[in-house]
Design a protein around this ligand. Structure first.
Ligand SMILES: CC(C)(COP(=O)(O)OP(=O)(O)OC[C@H]1O[C@@H](n2cnc3c(N)ncnc32)[C@H](O)[C@@H]1OP(=O)(O)O)[C@@H](O)C(=O)NCCC(=O)NCCSC(=O)C[C@H](O)C(=O)O
Ligand SMILES: [Mg+2]
Length: 287
């Protein structure tokens, strides 16, 4: 699941038990959906939610949005049955919560077979220490920061600047990038009616290198899509850098200068990535 070909700016959690929300998601402008059987569903509702979700996925209608199913941990009474019931329902990936080590991923991979991509909730201190090995697992295609569980387990304060979580967030992004091709998604912003606070947290996550942010409410989608998309001035600069570099190259030069700044081969790679992302977003919007 390469972010150059598939955007993951807005990744909306939807409780697998809520018919209305499952239906509404078919029209929401999010890039991906996490259909949740874990924390958003009460223990007594879990068996029914499993069935409701499998039916919704089989019915389809989610368009180009990536469909990711979060099952319960395999150490719970529900996890194994979730995996069995959902593995052939048409999801693009299965998301495993409360992972600590790569062997937790192995257990799920054994059960799903080699063709189903696995995403991992990074939400325990042990998982953060093992981030590199987890991301390097052959079947892992995405890491999702579980900032609520991390905050609980670290015993840290919730701060607007997320300073107590910074090491964990950076280790998650580094692990995804070291593994190459692994998507990195930031945690949720709990105050879902606070658009300004969400915008600031999206911009922080984007600046750290995340591909997108997990969301809990549809009202959070537009702000997030804007924050994680390249701006028009970034696109213009990327185009000018590529044109200037090609011109310099044709003249036998190894570098170019644009807006007073040097442009080398590595800047061209970054510029091409910006243009590919802009194209992928345009493609996502075209139904
Ligand atoms: C947070 C909510 C409980 C709020 O629900 P509600 O008060 O019903 O919201 P609204 O009345 O404003 O809803 C307006 C309409 O939007 C639909 N809706 C609401 N939420 C969603 C959603 N997530 N996806 C799709 N559609 C949604 C409502 O159905 C209304 O529709 P309509 O009636 O047609 O107008 C609620 O938003 C919610 O349950 N959110 C998801 C919570 C969740 O998934 N939590 C678990 C994931 S977060 C997590 O686990 C963190 C992680 O593990 C960690 O450790 O950090
Ligand atoms: Mg969690």
């Amino acid at each position: 699941m390469d972010t150059a070909t598939r955007p993951f700016r807005s990744v909306l959690y939807i409780p697998g038990s809520k018919d209305r929300a499952l239906d509404k998601a078919r029209t929401l402008p999010c890039d991906a959906i996490i259909f949740d059987l874990e924390d958003a569903v009460s223990p007594e509702a879990k068996p029914q939610a499993r069935e409701t979700l499998a039916n919704a996925l089989k019915q389809g209608g989610y368009g180009k949005r990536s469909k990711i199913v979060r099952i319960n941990a395999l150490t719970t009474e529900w996890g194994l049955e979730d995996a069995r019931a959902l593995r052939d329902a048409g999801a693009d990936a299965i998301l495993l919560p409360k992972v600590n080590t790569p062997s937790d991923v192995d257990n799920l991979a054994d059960m799903l077979g080699p063709d189903m991509p696995i995403w991992v909730m990074m939400e325990t201190p042990v998982s953060v220490f093992n981030a590199r090995e987890i991301a390097a697992h052959a079947q892992v295609a995405g890491l999702v920061a579980g900032t609520n569980d991390l905050t609980k387990d670290l015993g840290c304060r919730t701060r607007a600047d997320r300073l107590p979580l910074m090491t964990s967030l950076q280790m998650i992004v580094m692990a995804a990038r070291a593994a190459r091709g692994v998507v990195a998604i930031d945690g949720v912003y709990n105050r879902f009616r606070d658009g300004e606070g969400l915008k600031a947290e999206c911009e922080q996550g984007r600046d750290l290198g995340f591909d997108g942010k997990t969301l809990i409410h549809p009202a959070q989608i537009d702000v997030t899509n804007t924050a994680f998309a390249p701006t028009q001035s970034e696109i213009d600069l990327a185009q000018r850098q590529i044109a200037a570099f090609e011109e310099s190259h044709a003249a036998g030069q190894g570098v170019a200068v644009v807006d007073g700044q040097i442009v080398e081969n590595l800047h061209i790679v970054a510029a091409q990535r910006i243009l590919a992302k802009a194209e992928a977003i345009k493609d996502m919007a075209a139904e």
